[in-house]
Design a protein around this ligand. Structure first.
Ligand SMILES: Nc1nc2c(ncn2[C@@H]2O[C@H](COP(=O)(O)OP(=O)(O)OP(=O)(O)O)[C@@H](O)[C@H]2O)c(=O)[nH]1
Ligand SMILES: [Mg+2]
Length: 330
């Protein structure tokens, strides 16, 4: 479970709104050819949350996804640009609600858990709740390659960002309005969950993970993941976000590596100089100086970018505080 510091907690205000004036809830379902499962997903969520608006975001499906979704009572939205990331961007832009639930259209996430996931956002204890498929108590049915990929990406993210999370790629999440309307998302495809998790963590939003059990896709329903291509995209996203948000970690590590490498020929040259007073291996000396200097430059670049990133973080926080202040009744 990840619990961020609570910079903006305002329980009193939230309890008032959950009382007589209930929140509007939207269930957002990205869909690309999910004809075998979409109707059941919609009905299950309608049963769990009778007042919620169910929004299916279709992405050029060539099967009967849209027809089945409409028959089941969902509102249909269309996104022409192909990719889950584009769909999530338009879901967050187009739909107006107080609380948002995002869930896949493939029927692999249990609707029966939705009230449990909603609870922390309703009580204003979290800005985002993640249905964690990899929590110790989850009994998720993963395909072996998916489990391996998830664990590898999680390991790298935890090391680079120094965060405690169990599942960063889950497609089952609950958000409050602030995070949906304020998080700047740019991803086009399956790297969207990585971006969502890391940007939310870096902005200090309060995130809670609750265990859910992932089920297998039923017979006749097909995965949209292309393991190699999407895996590389996710890896690329983790590293570019690390470069932007943790520049000192990235550039500092490269710098340290270069300095260490430069010290190998450097030590030989220095020892020889101490012994004989001569520098007979001039190329080694030049190589050592070049590598150590490059390493130092990398470290300085990391330090400068770290300061810039920190200032932007502060600015971001100030903007959010200002926005909150401007919404307070006078
Ligand atoms: N709108 C839209 N939805 C997509 C696209 N690609 C995938 N999705 C949806 O995103 C959700 C997740 O995709 P999945 O193929 O289930 O990926 P996954 O859950 O990581 O892996 P599996 O369940 O093992 O296949 C599903 O509801 C898909 O229909 C896309 O290009 N556009
Ligand atoms: Mg799925």
């Amino acid at each position: 479970m990840v619990e961020m510091p609570e910079p903006f907690g305002n329980k009193a205000a939230a309890n008032e709104t959950t009382g007589s004036n209930p929140h509007t809830i939207a269930v957002l379902i990205p869909c690309f050819n999910e004809e075998p499962t979409i109707a059941k997903v919609i009905v299950d969520f309608q049963t769990e949350l009778p007042g919620a608006q169910i929004c299916v975001f279709d992405n050029n499906s060539s099967d009967r996804t849209v027809e089945f979704a409409r028959q089941s009572g969902a509102t249909i939205f269309r996104e022409r640009r192909q990719g889950k990331g584009f769909v999530v961007q338009s879901m967050f832009r187009e739909v107006d609600a107080d609380i948002y639930i995002m869930v896949d259209g493939d029927g692999t996430y249990p609707a029966s858990d939705v009230k449990r996931l909603l609870e922390p956002v309703l009580s204003n204890d979290a800005d985002m709740v993640v249905g964690s498929r990899l929590s110790p108590s989850s009994r998720s049915q993963f395909r072996p390659l998916n489990r391996l990929g998830n664990q590898l990406f999680l390991f790298i993210t935890k090391k680079l960002f120094n965060v405690r999370i169990n599942d960063m790629l889950s497609g089952y999440r609950v958000f409050n309005r602030e995070i949906v309307k304020q998080l700047p998302l740019l991803s086009a495809g399956f790297e969207i969950e990585t971006e969502l998790t890391i940007k939310a963590l870096e902005r200090g939003y309060r995130i809670i993970e609750l265990p859910v059990n992932l089920a297998m896709r039923p017979q006749g329903s097909h995965s949209k993941i292309r393991h190699l291509q999407d895996g590389m995209l996710i890896m690329g996203t983790i590293f570019s976000l690390a470069r932007d948000y943790k520049p000192f970690t990235i550039f500092g590590s490269i710098g340290l590596f270069l300095v260490a490498l430069g010290l190998i020929p450097g030590t030989i040259v220095i020892l020889e100089f101490a012994r004989t007073g001569l520098v007979p291996r001039l190329p080694s000396a030049v190589l050592a100086v070049g590598m150590v200097l490059s390493g130092i430059i990398m470290g300085v670049v990391g330090l400068v970018l770290h300061t810039v990133a920190r200032r932007f973080q502060e600015l971001n926080l100030q903007l959010r505080l200002l926005e909150r202040e401007s919404r307070r009744p006078i």
